[in-house]
Every structure is written in C-alpha cells, then in structure tokens.
Design a protein around this ligand. Structure first.
Ligand code: GDP
Ligand code: IMO
Ligand code: MG
Length: 420
C-alpha cells in the first residue's frame, strides 16, 4: 500500500497545505484530486508564507513530482498567476508539475455564472468563493465540459467559442451585469502558460509509478462537511472531498489506499453559509478568529469560529475510513482557561446521534475541560506538551477510536510534532 490520502475532516482550512508540505519528504508524488481555485492551502518555511490554490503542496520540494489530477477543475488564469508567484522558475516547475488531460477547465463564463447564481439567491447564498467551481463541475457532469487535453487542439478557439456562447445564452436569463472580455484576456494567457506543462493521461503515470513502489500522497481540498454528497447540502462545494474522491479524481483503485490521514483543528471554523452547531457568536469566537488569524486564504473573508464538534468529527472519520488523526492549531487555544467540546446533539430536546441530512437545527451538548496556559509553539516532543492538552487529545482519541499521530503547533513546517 503506497498510496496515502490526507484530507480535511471539518469545513476546510484545517491546515492541509502545511501538513502536506511537512510530510512531502516521505513521498515521491503529491497529487490534488478534486476542487480547484476555491482551495487556499497555506504553508510556511524560512519565514515566508505561500498560499496555493491549484498547485499541490509538495511543489516546494524540488525532487518531488506534483500532479493536478483529473478530478480537479482548473482556471488557466489562476494557474498562470500562481506559477509566476511561486518562486522557482517556469523551467524548473515544468519538471515538477504535470496536469491531467482529463481535468476540466473553468471558463470565464463559469465564473460569471457562479456570481449570477449567488446574486439571484438573495438571502440563501451558499457563500461560494466565486471561482466558478459549481458551474464548471455542472458542465462536467452534464457532459458539456472543456478539458485540459483539448487546449493542444488547433481548433481550440472554436471549441471555446461554442462553450462561451452557451454560457452567454444562459446568462441572458439573469438580471446580472458582466463583461466577459474582462476575464478572457487573462484566461487565454493562462492557456499559453498551461501549454508549457506536460498535459497527459496522468492515471497511467500514477499507476505505473506506484506499481513500481513509488509513494503517492493524495492531497484533499475543502473538507468532509463540504462534500457534495455528505456535507450540509446545499451549503457545500461541488466535488467529493472525501477519500473516495481520491480514487475517482486520480484513477486509482480503492484497494491501493493505505493510510487515510484526517486533519482537524483543535476547534472548528467555517467560511460561507450553512449549519455550524458549535459556532460561537461571542467574545470567545472573536478571540479564536483573532488569535488563529481565521480569515480565508482565498477570499480574505472572516471565518466563523466555534468549539470542536465530535459528532461531526466521528461522522467524517466514518465516511473517510480515517486511520490516523492529525490535530492542528492547538497553540491558538493556549491561555483559554476552559475549553468546551461538543459530545452529542439535541434535536427538539431529544438526543440526536446522526448528522441530519436536511440541516435541521441541533443543539450541542458540551463537556468542559481545563485549557492549557503555556505557549506551545516551540515544543517538538509530544511528552513535553501540557498535560491538559494531552488529556484533550486523549479524550478525542477515546471518543473517536482513532489515534492522534501528529500535533501541529504553528504554521511553519518545523512546528510539527510526530508521535510515530
Ligand atoms: P488548508 O486550506 O487546510 O490548507 O488551511 P489554510 O491554509 O486555508 O488555513 C490554515 C491556516 O492556519 C493557515 O494560515 C496556516 O498557515 C495556519 N496553520 C496551519 N497549522 C497551524 C497550526 O498548527 N498553528 C497555527 N497557529 N497556525 C496553523
Ligand atoms: P480549502 O481547500 C474553506 C466553501 C465556500 C462556500 C462553499 C462553496 O482551502 O480548505 P465553492 O467556491 O466551492 O462553490 O464554495 O464551500 N469553501 C471552502 N471553505 N476552505 C476551502 O478550501 C473552501 N472551498 C470552498 O466558502 O461556503
Ligand atoms: Mg484553505
């Protein structure tokens, strides 16, 4: 088993980018399998912070191969911008990054449609990142998509125009002002940038290399509670963010999967609309947001903050088959005298053991635990962590039945404690 998956167990932004970068030395290939530029994966080393949207978080390790898999939706304009701001030259990045020919493209019309759909939803907005994700996946599933492999065709512009006209005709039904030309120039420049990279049937490469013993880490985007099937629909993204998504998004068999690393914050955050049972609309919520710098990596929006939600975490562990838990941002809670953790829900006064499919409101039942005072950012050995934090982690392990094998104590790649 030399394919592992790392994915988010909450509503995204759990720290996936940081941890993928930190464990990349253990792998040969790092591959994104779903999502697109709605993701914002931050990682830090040498005092510099990088935010990745489309490019896998193994890109800063020169000897690793990074793959944008078929399950990802690519906006060429975002791709170009990201490539140009990474640091390493394009000539160097061409050696490190390969794109699946089967990955669908986000077209300028998709971004406009995303905005038009949200605009007309009024008070029931999803809170989309407005990157065109929903409309691009809609076209993919409706078999109207345009895929990365097509950009090499001589008649690509004609193909593009057919799609563009289709989008414009849908937009006629919306009272929404836009200028598609504004997006097109950057988009076509992005297409030229993409052409410099290898665009191939990555499923063959992935199976060939892993068949020869190379190790692959599949990097999830978003989080389980934003999954299109199992999240709080319709307040979700448009892809399968769960472990099964790695199989369809890369072309690998479920039989090949080894570890499923589930990453979660010591508390919870959510950007955009939708249910959030443990949300704190008070001073504690504000403290978590300020101390944890909880502002979106993609949109800059303030993240909603709340206590850890164990029923939701257990649900995510079940859906994904998580084998190891990674906890992040416990350093943010240093100094909180008391910590609450939701252990069950009440629905209309009765115990509710499942996540309701229809987002019906539930009331969290909390257990209170003592917090930890110490600044833990400098700690590198598990045994040196405060006893109260270790008790918190032990409680989570007991409740979920899954070991916590990594504790992240800061945003830098070095600020990571492994228990293996
Ligand atoms: P991702 O989308 O899951 O990759 O997460 P984001 O990058 O959107 O958000 C996580 C934020 O927390 C980023 O600003 C990271 O630099 C930061 N971060 C990650 N792990 C830790 C940690 O253990 N402690 C602290 N204080 N910050 C962290
Ligand atoms: P990473 O990979 C947090 C949220 C949006 C919105 C909903 C739908 O950085 O964890 P979309 O643009 O996909 O149509 O938005 O999903 N969302 C995220 N929230 N982290 C993300 O990615 C997200 N990607 C999408 O805020 O509520
Ligand atoms: Mg993020």
């Amino acid at each position: 088993m030399n394919i592992d998956i790392l994915l988010g167990l909450q509503w995204g932004d759990e720290g996936k980018g940081k941890i993928v970068d930190a464990i990349s030395p253990d792998y040969d290939i790092i591959a994104r399998f779903q999502g697109g530029p709605n993701a914002g994966h931050s990682l830090e080393f040498n005092n510099v912070k990088h935010v990745l949207h489309l490019i896998p978080s193994g890109i800063f390790h020169p000897e690793k191969l990074n793959i944008i898999g078929n399950g990802v939706v690519i906006d060429p304009a975002v791709f170009k911008k990201e490539i140009e701001h990474l640091g390493p030259s394009v000539d160097e990045l061409i050696k490190r990054l390969i794109i699946s020919a089967r990955a669908n493209l986000i077209l300028p019309g998709h971004r406009i449609l995303d905005a038009a759909y949200e605009y007309t939803k009024g008070n029931s907005k999803i809170g989309s990142t407005l990157k065109g994700i929903g409309p691009a996946y809609t076209d993919k599933v409706a078999r109207n998509g345009l895929r990365a492999g097509e950009i090499l065709r001589k008649d690509f512009i004609d193909l593009y125009n057919v799609h563009m006209k289709n989008h414009l005709s849908i937009l006629k039904n919306y009272d929404f002002r836009f200028d598609i030309k504004e997006y097109e120039e950057g988009w076509f420049e992005g297409i030229e940038m993409m052409k410099k990279f290898k665009i191939i049937n990555t499923e063959y490469l992935v199976n060939e290399l892993t068949g020869k013993g190379k190790k692959l880490l599949a990097e999830g985007a978003q989080g389980t509670m934003l999954d299109v099937d199992f999240g709080s629909y319709p307040f979700v993204t448009s892809s399968n963010t769960i472990s099964a998504g790695a199989c369809t998004g890369l072309g690998i068999s479920p039989k090949r999967i080894g570890e499923v690393f589930g990453i979660f914050k010591a508390y919870c955050t959510r950007v955009g609309s939708g249910p959030f049972p443990t949300e704190l609309n008070d001073q504690t919520g504000t403290m978590l947001r300020d101390l944890g710098h909880e502002f979106g990596s993609t949109t800059g929006r303030p993240r909603r903050c709340g206590w850890l939600d164990l029923p939701a975490l257990k649900y995510a562990i079940m859906i994904n088959g998580v084998t190891q838990l990674f906890i992040t941002k416990s350093d943010v809670m240093s100094g909180f005298p008391l910590i609450k953790v939701c252990t069950s829900y009440l629905s209309e006064g009765k115990e509710c053991l499942e996540i309701p499919f229809n987002n019906s409101p539930v009331e969290p039942v909390y257990k209170e635990m003592p917090g930890w005072k110490e600044n833990i950012c400098g700690i590198r050995e598990y045994r040196k962590l405060p006893e109260t934090l270790k008790k918190y982690i032990k409680f989570i392990e007991e409740k979920t039945g899954v070991p916590v094998t990594m504790v992240s104590v800061g945003p830098d790649r070095e600020e990571t404690i492994f228990r293996r």
